[in-house]
Write a protein that binds this ligand. Sequence first.
Ligand code: 9Z3
Length: 295
Amino acid sequence: MDEWEQYFAENPAPRGYDVSCAQLEAFCQLHVNRNPIALVTSGGTTVPFERNTVRYVDNFSAGTRGAASTEYFLAHGYAVIFLHREKSVTPFLRHLDPRFLLDALQEVPGGLLQLSSVHSSQRVKSESRLLWLTFQTLSDYLWLLRAATQCLQQRAPKALLYLAAAVSDFYIPQDKMAEHKIQSGAGPLTVTLHLVPKMLSPLVSVWGPELFVVSFKLETDEKKLIEKATGSLRKYKHDLVIGNLLQTRREEVTFVTEKESSLLRLMEHQKAEKTEIEKLIVEEVVTRHRNFIKY
Ligand code: 9Z3
């Protein structure tokens, strides 16, 4: 058995998994001959310390990149599966300032509150092309990622995967995990985190060999970024790696393919106009995906 198969054998599927699979199936069937489909992953995965989880390690990501990109894919006519971390930034809602939220609400019969008609009509229109799926832990994420990839491969094999979620490289295997809250009375805690099998490998070669796969590479050391992004592309042989540095991710990214690497950076006037870098990233990705579909 491969390491990744072992991982799925040892880590149970998330609650509601069958419902998510049915939703994926219905969504793909609905859109396959109507709209290009993108799977956008977003937010950071958690790695629990205990089965009844009180503490966990988290991966850094607010979810802004995934949420903003989803809006731009929808604007380009895509149907989007938005696989995101619970309570991370979400498309459309991210524009609402909680201080002004009450202004956007109106009362409807039954004493309920709903978003005023302008907001809701825009949202509902997009939502028929938007499927929301959530994860919390690394294991939830990997189960749903595999299900979505396999479903797209089967129903819409030229679909786009846009893997912006920040995914942990380390985890605690089930058989090494405490059942209940770890007690501090036992003294300082030493935890061994094990390596997660590299899931891009089966994703590209087994689950979704015909899909257009775009992954993000996050580094904090500028000197390592291009080398690591190129290494990832060579290793997994997918279509595109978008490299970004934690410190400058809102202003610039580097597109790395087999043939070239090119910097995409917001210009001064774009910054002044508050253009989001995701708008530029998605425009470029959509162009490349369209070319790919033509082949
Ligand atoms: C990214 O690099 C995303 O662009 C960010 C977006 C997480 C930096 P925010 O959500 O930030 O807008 O705050 N995502 C990929 C991160 C990741 O875990 N990549 C793996 C790696 O770098 C490979 S798939 O090893």
